[in-house]
Design a protein around this ligand. Sequence first.
Ligand SMILES: Nc1ncnc2c1ncn2[C@@H]1O[C@H](COP(=O)(O)OP(=O)(O)OP(=O)(O)O)[C@@H](O)[C@H]1O
Length: 284
Amino acid sequence: MKTANAPALDLQAITCVFTSRDAPGQRYTAVQDTDLAVAPGEFVSVVGPTGCGKSTLLNIGAGLLAPSRGQVSVFGEPLQGLNRRAGYMFQAESLMPWKTALDNVMAGLVFAATPAAEARERAMAWLARVGLAGFEDRYPHQLSGGMRKRVAMAQTLILDPDIILMDEPFSALDVQTRQLMENELLELWAEPPQGKTGAAAQGRAVLFITHDLDEAIALSDRVVVLSAGPATHPIGQFVIDLPRPRNVAEIRNLPRFVDLHAQIWAVLRDEVLKGYDQQKRKVA
Ligand SMILES: Nc1ncnc2c1ncn2[C@@H]1O[C@H](COP(=O)(O)OP(=O)(O)OP(=O)(O)O)[C@@H](O)[C@H]1O
């Protein structure tokens, strides 16, 4: 049922059971009974130890993976199949190496049958917006890691998604480039959406997965902490009441940032140690 004030993305009582990778024939409960909602215009980060189920939750929100139990709603409507109101940005390189930066950015529009001239014009404008005017004809291998991420960001945002799903998109970058990209993401996210009606007019909802607690706090309105697996579930959530607009490099020095970091780390620390221990046992 569609309801006013429905979350942009609402994962309700999600459980996800896989056939175990380590012991075929056995089942592995990756995520259990998890509720996770993101309001229109809200920036939510999910942190948790390695292998706990962060990407699984994101894939469920994207409609790429069906949960074993539970329901996903998008703006109050049950999700069936792919989440068409969402755009994704993953850790891995998503650019097509045989296409130029321009063609990569245009690809989604072309796929959606937008006339070529319009797709080209919009892609040129997006490349300029992410600071890559003049680089339209470069191939991905001719761009730096940060530039490739900018192209990927333009590729995702050109489709004007109401929900942005990001799985450690900047983790491969050096610290300085990463902070520049985080600031750029915040600027683009904060721009008022054009031509949207209803709840989507309140802004883009972001679900951001990261290992990095500093990054989660610097970017988000809310940080959700997941337990170590198996049967991962949220064990804490924290409202990040830091002022906006933010400069991610500077905000880390605010006493409130340090205070929030200490509070969240107190919850996350034991889970990270448990997760690390499990990984070690898997390798041994
Ligand atoms: N398709 C699958 N089949 C079997 N097990 C899976 C599958 N996908 C994920 N898993 C298992 O579910 C658990 C959660 O995986 P997931 O990738 O969601 O964790 P994560 O928190 O994103 O990990 P990382 O922090 O390392 O990126 C892991 O133990 C993983 O091995």
